[in-house]
Design a protein around this ligand. Structure first.
Ligand SMILES: NC(=O)c1ccc[n+]([C@@H]2O[C@H](COP(=O)([O-])OP(=O)(O)OC[C@H]3O[C@@H](n4cnc5c(N)ncnc54)[C@H](O)[C@@H]3O)[C@@H](O)[C@H]2O)c1
Length: 251
């Protein structure tokens, strides 16, 4: 198990923080060579850290070339870089719509497109996209973010179909609220961070936020050379929020 990814090169976008960082650790612990692609790629690990912005085609192309030159190819791509947006359709302007779709959706297409020539050469090619429960659940004040993650879900299925016969499996994870620096930033902005934290914990049927390491292990499952029959899967790591209908807790 510990050498499941031995000899494979994994690229993790947004790999310098939160879910991406936990995924890089998980894949490295199972033997993968890791390249982190991030706008701010500083990581305290002996990995290849490449500064790249997923909204910039030139930057993405150069980054994938660097990875292939330095590590010998690309076998696994974790499309995880993403940004949030708060508000209903009323409070969001065109620039915000363009920006969030550019990072969260087109960014995945750009990086995958750049990596495809290398993925085609791999005998264990896999792409895992980070989606969100926002794709399938109506969340308050998340119109733009939810729309972008709905697009990620559709894109995952379309990409899975396009590339499965080339031996490239494409899947996504759909996390609930995950305890990452992103959520830390949201809590800092809340009027009552303690009440907000409790509300975010309560969103999961399990009553607690998802840990980034749990999402990382789900991503590792989807990316694994042992998961050859898993393609076009949307794997919930959401504390039950998408499918469980709970009765209010008794005091
Ligand atoms: N935290 C959650 O509750 C949660 C839940 C569901 C899905 N997600 C998704 O998980 C992914 C990671 O979120 P996280 O919570 O770990 O966030 P995070 O903010 O901790 O990490 C995101 C990383 O992406 C990088 N990044 C941002 N824009 C980039 C760009 N244009 N190009 C390259 N890198 C860029 C950031 O520098 C950062 O290192 C996102 O796609 C997010 O939508 C998060």
């Amino acid at each position: 198990m510990s050498s499941e990814f031995e000899g494979l090169v994994a690229v993790v976008t947004g790999g310098a923080s939160g879910i991406g960082l936990a995924t890089a650790h998980e894949l490295a612990s199972r033997g993968a060579s890791i390249a982190v692609l991030d706008v701010n790629p500083a990581v305290d690990e002996p990995w290849l850290a490449v500064e790249a912005d997923v909204t910039d085609t030139e930057s993405v192309t150069a980054a994938i070339e660097t990875v292939a030159n330095e590590l010998g190819g690309v076998d696994i791509l974790i499309n995880n870089a993403g940004i949030g947006a708060v508000g209903s359709v009323e409070g969001l302007d065109d620039a915000q719509w363009a920006r969030v779709f550019d990072v969260n959706v087109t960014g995945m297409a750009r990086v995958t497109s750049a990596a495809l020539p290398w993925l085609r050469q791999s005998s264990h090619a896999a792409v895992v996209n980070t989606c969100s429960i926002a794709a399938m659940n109506g969340l308050p004040d998340r119109a733009l973010y939810s729309a972008s993650k709905g697009a990620v879900m559709s894109l995952t299925l379309a990409m899975a179909t396009d590339h499965v016969r080339e031996g490239i499996r494409v899947n996504c994870v759909s996390p609930g609220t995950v305890s990452t620096p992103w959520i830390g930033r949201l809590l800092e902005q809340a009027d009552d961070p303690v009440a907000e934290r409790a509300a975010l914990d309560a969103r999961q049927a399990t009553g607690k936020m998802v840990e980034p390491e749990e999402v990382a292990r789900a991503i590792a499952y989807l990316a694994s050379p042992l998961s050859v029959s898993t393609a076009g899967t949307i794997l919930d790591v959401d504390g039950g929020v998408t499918r469980l209908r709970m009765r209010p807790a008794k005091d």
